[in-house]
Design a protein. Structure first.
Length: 533
């Protein structure tokens, strides 16, 4: 007790000085009004304190002591650093310094025991003068619950974004499945029926004209149904996206977009866009689809500029219009901005991408960026001249042995039906997937492979490339449901000898087979150009 007496005397003296400082700083007279004001401060639900510019607490109300979870007499006379965690010290020092001449606000973490949850307080530093002394008034608010609520809201928002993104992903998967079913099942069955009816119409030549007209009418109606189904399949999920990648699919879409909307499309797309992860290709394609739809519906722009650029680290897609634009609130990212923008952001977030939108009275610019891994970008397929183009004019021996490569049994049967009455053409084998097609081509060495583009295990163009690399003299005739002209040009560049659309098989397949086997090429684009010339 003898040792503690001097300390108690010093604290009593310090408290007396603090009381004087308190009166000076608040300029409180020793009357009933001053006592009432002090009573008000002491009963506030908000912590209030006076501190020196060095951070020493000169006076505090009881609420501040509660926030610091420290008795009031231990708060007064102590340094503020005593009550906050070390990770908040840099801000505290800065706030005390700047608080001498301006108001400063910020959050700090309060010290707690190891078993208590972290607590956060918001401190407002306000400069005041006490005679010739500078001091800082401090207002403290416990925002722990608010911080926890905000964090929970952010987590809920992140979960919602994740759920939305997953729903978009499931939607794309379901679209792909439906498109595949329409193309591979319904479309193939219709193709076979059309071929059979065409064959029947030829057999009815010379018989009742009414019967033949009825059959031909059925054929025409079925062709219309087949065309509608193919269009629906393309809208649900562009097959070019899976088979040839983003560059070709985007080119196909822009061609159709310009025809449907009348909006002039200026494009800057590399001639050869490398393949990368399908989910990233799909995300970018859907984002650009949505952007172009918005241009048509809302911008009033007569033209649109589309650019696709690829670097070793990212692929970037840009859509720029010259329309009326919209305000920042229109794309703030809040729900009122609409599901279009949210779906674009959601799609990109799935693959780690980002969306940048800028708009004013001169138009809108949207840039979608998706990062790429170093080992993700697949090398572009080398396109070399077909060595057969440089063969001399030596007459080739026609062997007329044909291999059919299609993953659908009904399609293979339909082709056999067409060649049943062709004595100079022989079906020497069949293959139901890309790997089997290549193996059978090496084994049988046919004169011609009728090759579907969409097959399991290996696509048709890849099979054609391996046939060329193997040094086989086999001709390659593409046989597909896709009538996209860019795909036809791609097949031509890949060294294929001809291209027949399944809906035209009755008229074109046998004719194309003979043309190719006789050393020619069969492409509708080339024939159309020759006729127009």
């Amino acid at each position: 007790m003898r040792k503690s007496a001097p300390t108690q005397s010093r604290n009593t003296k310090h408290a007396a000085n603090i009381g004087a400082d308190q009166r000076d700083l608040f300029d409180l007279p020793e009357n009933s009004q001053g006592c009432s004001f002090r009573s008000l401060l002491n009963n506030l639900g908000t912590g209030v304190a006076l501190a020196s510019v060095e951070g020493e607490v000169l006076w505090a109300n009881p609420r501040l002591a509660e926030i610091f979870a420290t008795p009031l007499h231990k708060v007064v006379g102590s340094r503020l650093k005593t009550f906050v965690r070390s990770d908040s010290w840099p801000f505290l020092s800065k706030a005390l310094k700047e608080g001498q001449w301006k108001s400063v606000k910020g959050n700090m973490n309060v010290l707690t025991d190891d078993l208590s949850p972290k607590r956060v307080i918001e401190l407002l530093f306000i400069p005041i003068m006490a005679g010739e002394r500078s001091a800082v008034e401090i207002v403290a608010t416990d925002v722990t619950e608010l911080e926890q609520t905000t964090k929970a809201l952010k987590q809920s928002e992140a979960s919602l974004h994740s759920l939305s993104a997953r729903l978009l992903q499931i939607q794309d998967e379901e679209r792909r499945r439906l498109a595949r079913d329409l193309h591979d099942t319904t479309g193939q069955e219709l193709s076979v029926v059309i071929m059979a009816l065409d064959h029947l119409a030829k057999q009815l030549t010379g018989s009742s004209g009414e019967r033949q007209r009825s059959v031909l009418d059925c054929v025409n109606r079925l062709r219309k149904v087949e065309s509608d189904i193919r269009t629906l399949s393309y809208v649900l999920h562009p097959p070019l996206l899976d088979e040839m990648g983003l560059g070709s699919a985007l080119g196909w879409y822009l061609d159709g977009y310009q025809k449907r909307t009348g909006i002039k499309v200026e494009r800057e797309i590399p001639a050869s866009v490398p393949r990368f992860a399908l989910d990233k290709e799909t995300a970018l394609f859907r984002v650009m689809q949505e952007c172009l739809t918005n241009v048509y519906r809302h911008s009033g722009s007569a033209s649109v500029y589309v650019r696709l650029s690829v670097t070793p680290s990212a692929i970037e897609a840009t859509v720029l219009d010259c329309g009326k634009g919209f305000t920042a609130e229109g794309f703030s990212g809040k729900p009122k901005s609409g599901v279009g923008l949210q779906s674009m952001k959601g799609r990109l977030q799935i693959v780690g991408g980002s969306l940048d939108v800028s708009s004013d009275a001169t138009g809108t610019r949207v840039v979608a960026t998706v990062p790429l891994e170093l080992d993700e970008v697949l090398a572009s397929q080398e396109r070399q001249d077909d060595p057969r183009d440089h063969r001399g004019s030596e007459e080739q021996v026609l062997r007329r042995r044909i291999l059919i490569a299609d993953d659908h049994l009904v399609a293979r049967r339909g082709i056999r039906t067409l060649f049943d009455n062709q004595p100079d053409l022989e079906i020497c084998g069949e293959a139901s997937d890309g790997v089997e097609a290549l193996e059978r081509a090496k084994e049988l060495k046919p004169d011609l492979v009728i090759l579907d583009l969409s097959m399991p295990k290996m696509g048709g163009l890849t099979v054609a490339s391996y046939i060329r690399k193997a040094g086989l003299e086999t001709k390659v005739l593409v046989y597909t449901s896709h009538s996209y002209s860019q795909l036809e040009r791609t097949a031509m560049a890949a060294g294929c000898d001809g291209y027949v659309v399944k809906s035209d098989a009755t008229h074109d397949l046998v004719r194309a087979t003979r043309t190719v086997l006789n050393g020619g090429r069969f492409y509708r684009t080339q024939m159309a150009n020759a006729q127009s010339a």
